[in-house]
Design a protein around this ligand. Structure first.
Ligand code: NI
Length: 167
């Protein structure tokens, strides 16, 4: 993954992460469990699986790898490899969002603690396996990754059957 917006400053990224902390839960608000469990196709994620993926990205990728890459945390690298097989279809969406929010709050604190030197660090065990990738590349990708899945969620919810009460 290359940098989406190489000029984004730490403050820019922090702001986007903060806006998403409010906006992402709104995508899933006031939706029935039926809508949140709707699959547009058998092999496509329902909205709850998308939240599950965002939880994993937040907790196992961005907030897990960056501290290791900047030398603040010993074990650098994956704890668990992100999985395309998601098991959130039967989960409670509100509980998933609570989990995501807590991870994003931790992520914002991490983002605020970074400095420009940190963003220049590279890693041989980084998330993508490339030797030249920097912390800045991963850091700046963070809000874009969230946004990509926000769009995906909006699309699957648009295609979902309306709640029974509205029929
Ligand atoms: Ni993703």
């Amino acid at each position: 993954m290359t940098a989406d917006h190489p000029a984004d400053t730490i403050a820019d990224v922090v702001r986007r992460l903060e806006v998403q902390l409010v906006r992402i839960p709104e995508v899933f608000a006031d939706r029935s469990d039926e809508e949140l469990s709707h699959h547009a196709a058998p092999d496509e994620w329902c909205a709850k699986q998308i939240i599950g993926h965002l939880i994993e990205a937040e907790g196992e990728v961005f907030t897990m790898l960056i501290p290791g890459m900047v030398g603040r945390d010993a074990p650098e690298g994956w704890q668990t490899v992100p999985s395309m097989v998601r098991e959130e279809c039967g989960a409670d969406a509100e509980a998933l969002l609570t989990q995501w929010r807590a991870l994003r709050e931790r992520g914002i604190a991490l983002a605020r603690s970074l400095n420009d030197e940190d963003l220049l660090r590279t890693s041989e065990h980084n998330w993508h396996g490339g030797a030249t990738e920097t912390v800045g590349d991963l850091f700046r990708h963070w809000p874009f990754h969230t946004e990509a899945h926000e769009s995906q969620a909006l699309e699957v919810l648009r295609a979902a059957p309306p709640p029974a009460a509205a029929r």
